[in-house]
Design a protein around this ligand. Structure first.
Ligand SMILES: [Zn+2]
Length: 186
């Protein structure tokens, strides 16, 4: 796995350009990863509604829940499905719209300086082993490209928007993530 610095894209990964992004503030150092959980419709996996949602092409008539989110304009840099397949929606040097109102160590607007990674899942469903494996591979290449992303700066959405967001939820095993990060790269 590699990052093409010119394009800001993970090489060998499907890229679906989301219209939901803009430029980061000038001179921004990318120094944080925000991990999210998402499922569409809630608690259902395997369809491609998340991709459509981030690309602004979700058909709201397909599910009552979709009508409640049809005016939201959100995205993330990456999605890792239950099967471990990775899709990128926004180049890393651009600002994706994943964190919303948020704060980390006194800094607000975490979208400005973070990379958003969505795991297909819910707060109550254990994430798949292959999702952790893909996540760790991604974190490693991102840390190489953006050395300010230390382990302490890999956080959950709930950490930067407490009381408002709960993802990736108690189903996300931070200790397992640390075990994989500390192990030798495969
Ligand atoms: Zn989130």
């Amino acid at each position: 796995m590699q990052i093409d610095i010119m394009t800001g894209l993970l090489s060998g990964v499907k890229f679906l350009q989301s219209p939901h992004f803009n430029a980061r503030p000038e001179q921004t150092n990318i120094d944080m990863i925000v991990i999210h959980g998402i499922s569409l419709p809630p608690n259902q996996f395997g369809a491609h509604f998340i991709e459509q949602f981030f690309c602004g092409s979700l058909d709201a008539s397909l599910h009552p829940y979709f009508e409640t989110i049809q005016n939201l304009r959100v995205s993330s840099h990456l999605l890792i499905t239950r099967e471990g397949s990775i899709t990128q929606f926004v180049p890393f040097h651009q600002r994706a719209w994943h964190a919303g109102e948020s704060r980390f160590q006194g800094r607000a607007q975490c979208n400005d300086f973070s990379i958003g990674i969505e795991l297909e899942g819910t707060d109550d469903t254990l994430y798949e082993k292959v999702q952790y494996e893909q996540l760790v591979a991604i974190i490693r290449v991102l840390q190489k490209a953006y050395p300010r992303i230390t382990r302490e700066r890999v956080v959950g959405h709930s950490d930067i928007a407490p009381g408002r967001k709960t993802d990736p939820g108690k189903s996300f095993d931070w200790r397992y993530l640390d075990c994989l990060l500390m192990a030798a790269p495969a």
